[in-house]
Design a protein around this ligand. Structure first.
Ligand SMILES: NC(=O)c1ccc[n+]([C@@H]2O[C@H](COP(=O)([O-])OP(=O)(O)OC[C@H]3O[C@@H](n4cnc5c(N)ncnc54)[C@H](O)[C@@H]3O)[C@@H](O)[C@H]2O)c1
Length: 268
């Protein structure tokens, strides 16, 4: 149990995309810290495995919700927060990164990625807002270094740039209500989103991380937990890098192949 005095009353947290990867690590970390957690995720299969990973005595429930369905999303967030003693965190982790080629991507695929990464995060936050205002809670969004430019996947980069802009706007808008809004920016993290990449590429990403290894999901979850905690009571509008290459520019090298080449460096 954490020493955080606020957790003398059981605070509640909703985590979107909470059945796998970073979202699951966030849900597990918060549950271990004593929160009452509800993880919303589109994947029932992932939720089944995730449910089995929660130690007895911890409160972490999993609901199947696709964040692209704004009506169901809003209704679900409001319903679970209404039933929590002190709902005080919404962490929007649900995200997708399909390998789209910007030369050929169509509007439907564009809309779909924005619907998960940006619209889903926005409307989850909107639904949580009345509860967060009441309890001086906070929002944590998950960004990406791709917000600074991603030559491999400009569409994904655009969504993450939008997430950061949205968070900064909400931080300003909600400050008078006492609701803190922050972004955690994971560097390369070992999850399903990255497990198709070669070991060589993962090693290269690890070398660019100040720890000399890639992030594990728990590294990112620790940052989320701290931003949500009473220790961060005066922190809002922060964009917290976790294991990105920022700050070590001399070691910076693009993570992937040069534009227009395959991963082995051949012209595509
Ligand atoms: N892994 C990385 O290196 C990395 C780096 C930077 C940012 N991120 C971001 O971190 C977040 C989590 O990514 P991850 O690496 O854990 O990926 P992941 O694929 O392991 O997990 C994503 C989770 O989101 C869920 N999800 C996807 N679409 C959904 C939808 N429409 N509705 C509800 N749930 C949905 C998936 O089922 C899955 O459980 C994403 O926002 C991602 O963009 C990841």
């Amino acid at each position: 149990m954490t020493a955080d005095p606020d957790l003398a009353v059981q605070r509640g947290a909703v985590v979107t995309g909470g059945a796998d990867g970073i979202g699951l690590a966030v849900a597990r970390r918060l549950a271990a810290d004593g929160y009452d957690v509800v993880a919303l995720d589109a994947s029932e299969t992932a939720a089944g495995a995730a449910r089995a990973s929660i130690p007895p005595g911890q409160r972490c429930r999993f609901l199947t919700v696709d964040v692209r369905d704004t009506t169901v999303l809003a209704r679900s967030v409001a319903a679970v927060m209404r039933d929590m003693p002190v709902p005080s965190l919404l962490c929007a982790c649900a995200g997708v990164k399909p390998p789209v080629d910007f030369r050929t991507v169509g509007a439907a695929a564009w809309d779909d990625v924005f619907a998960v990464n940006v619209r889903g995060a926005f409307f989850a936050a909107q639904a949580a807002l009345p509860y967060l205002i009441k309890n001086h809670g906070s929002l944590v969004f998950i960004g990406s270094a791709s917000a600074n430019g991603d030559y491999e996947n400009p569409l994904y980069g655009a969504t993450k740039g939008a997430v950061v802009a949205m968070a900064r706007s909400l931080a300003a808008a909600l400050s008078p209500d006492g609701v803190r809004v922050n972004v955690v920016v994971p560097g390369f993290t070992r999850t399903r989103m990255t497990d198709h990449l070669s070991e060589e590429r993962i090693r290269a990403a690890g070398q660019r991380n100040v720890a000399g290894r890639v992030n594990e999901p728990a590294d990112v979850a620790a940052a989320v937990a701290w931003l949500a905690s009473a220790e961060a009571a005066t922190i809002s509008n922060a964009v917290l890098d976790v294991g990105t290459a920022h700050g070590v520019p001399a070691r910076y090298a693009p993570i992937g192949p040069a534009p227009g080449t395959t991963e082995r460096g051949e012209r595509s």
